[in-house]
Ligand binder design. Structure first.
Ligand code: NAX
Ligand code: K
Length: 458
């Protein structure tokens, strides 16, 4: 900021915001700014300033813009700019009615990164005035906790959030991510420090996916072993194997009561022997403890799922990835499920530290924490709600196991696995329902469609 003239960043932010609002209005069937009715909810800080300057740009392009000031203080330059562009300004948190009734978009400039969680009464009342109108949030949906993605009290639920410089944790982590709606990033030319939370994109996954060396053979590519499924749940074995047996690893081993079934459906899968990673617990029922003990004795990295999570008492002494959903994580650390769902970042980190393992907490935004607190937490953004289907977790465990066996670090195996799994679900679903088997079948096609990797980043 020291290198730039006063207000330069705000002007860049406001311009990016204004153009995003124009696109949003077009999407909603308006011609653009001209003739649209825009209400700005303006708090006391720079977030309100962004809204006011963006409002001035929209007013100059023919929008009818009214700012509703929610506090005695408002960004002075912004207020002046909006007035000069022909916009109106209502103080005291009450609209003059010039845009209500037919408001095309409400711009939430209540608070941004400087706000405390929760909304004050004036903000709640102003939002109620425009109930039903689409909302574009400036930088963050006001009221959520920006740095954790938690919510505490009331908050805005946006259709679109236009953020500046970089995504914030609240855009990635639930429950705040759900309140952000679609998120658009405007580059305002900031030099940013290393993040505490990050999200893989297709290019990142392309660089992580193991590819066979020209002189590679099945053993150098990695062997993944699975001790999953049981007489009660043979399907879990088939699904975990289908996640592992996509060709990412050089060989797949299966040991367990479903061996006959597994071999009938997967002739390439072999029996017991050495492996570079073991997957245990999915549908293991009573065999969960012995599967875990066996895998642990192997000394190689592990994926620990479902029933074997219940057998954990502490750190395992080998690199491990735990793959609980919120209920399983809650049982593991003796907390309430609702608390885990409300604070996924906190509890994934806590469990990772306690068990010295990578913890992949499954959910709409799967959250992956490393035992090393300096490693950014990764949040997965691929997938579709159709993925909430029986057996999809078994497929994920097998897929992550194959990436681990191929030599990826646990945090990379877990996060690349979650990304591929979500992308495979979206591909297989194509907007309709999908089964866990369908997800597994789509994994190779997702890998084929990844962007090309430059030799340098490989
Ligand atoms: N820092 C930067 O580099 C940039 C910041 N910009 C904008 O500036 C924003 C941050 O501005 P500020 O630091 O002024 O902070 P905010 O505008 O986010 O909010 C702080 C103000 O809101 C009040 N407040 C705090 N919690 C509240 C609550 N729950 N309800 C009502 N009022 C509350 C505080 O008294 C304070 O005056 C960003 O989110 C972004 O929109 C952009 O202009 C681009 C550049
Ligand atoms: K906001």
């Amino acid at each position: 900021m020291a290198d730039l003239p006063e207000g330069a960043l705000m002007q860049r932010a406001a311009a990016g915001l204004a153009y995003a609002i124009i696109d949003f209005l077009r999407e909603r069937g308006r011609g653009g700014a001209y003739g649209s009715r825009v209400a700005l909810l303006v708090g006391s800080g720079d977030n309100g300033g962004d809204a006011l300057y963006a409002g001035a740009i929209l007013a100059r392009r023919g929008a009818r813009v009214e700012a509703v000031l929610l506090s005695d203080r408002a960004h002075e330059g912004g207020v002046a700019a909006l007035r000069a562009a022909g916009g109106t300004v209502a103080s005291g948190g009450v609209s003059t009615g010039s845009t209500s009734g037919g408001t095309d978009v409400v711009v939430d400039g209540i608070v941004g990164i400087g706000g405390k969680p929760g909304l004050r009464a004036e903000a709640e009342a102003a939002l109620a005035m425009f109930e039903g109108a689409p909302v574009v949030s400036v930088d963050t949906p006001s009221g959520v906790c920006v740095d954790t993605g938690e919510v505490d009290g009331s908050h805005v639920s946006a259709d679109l959030t236009v953020t500046f410089g970089t995504y914030k944790p609240c855009h990635l982590l639930d429950p705040a991510a759900s309140a952000s709606g679609r998120v658009e990033l405007v580059d305002i030319g900031l030099d940013l420090p290393a993040p505490s939370v990050e999200s893989l994109e297709a290019e990142d996954v392309a660089a992580l996916v193991p590819r066979p060396a020209p002189d590679g053979h099945k053993y150098t590519r990695g062997v993944v072993g699975l001790r999953v499924g049981s007489a009660t749940y043979p399907g879990a074995a088939l699904l975990a194997v289908s996640g592992a047996n996509t060709g990412l690893a050089g060989m797949v081993r299966y040991v367990g009561t479903a061996a006959e079934w597994v071999k009938r459906h997967n002739p390439e899968v072999v029996g017991d022997g050495q492996a570079q990673a073991w997957v245990v617990g999915s549908g293991s029922a009573d065999g969960a403890n012995s599967a875990l003990a066996f895998a642990r004795a192997s000394g190689v990295p592990l994926v620990i799922d479902a029933d074997s999570l219940r057998a954990l008492t502490g750190p395992l002494g080998v690199p491990a990835i735990l793959t609980p959903h919120a209920g399983e994580l809650a049982a593991l650390i003796r907390e309430d499920r609702a608390d885990v769902e409300a604070r996924p970042l906190h509890y994934a980190r806590l469990a990772a530290k306690r068990y010295h393992a990578v913890v992949l907490l499954k959910g709409r935004r799967t959250t992956i924490a490393s035992p090393d607190p300096a490693t950014p937490v990764r949040v997965n953004t691929t997938g579709t709600s159709w993925l909430a289907t029986a057996g999809s977790g078994d497929v994920l465990g097998g897929l992550i196991g194959s990436l681990l066996a191929a030599g990826l670090a646990p945090i990379d195996a877990a996060s690349a696995g979650a990304w591929l799994h979500g992308a495979a679900a979206t591909l297989a679903s194509a907007g309709g329902p999908v089964t866990a088997s369908g997800v597994a079948s789509a994994i190779p096609a997702v890998i084929r469609s990844l962007p090309a990797v430059s030799p340098r980043s490989r």
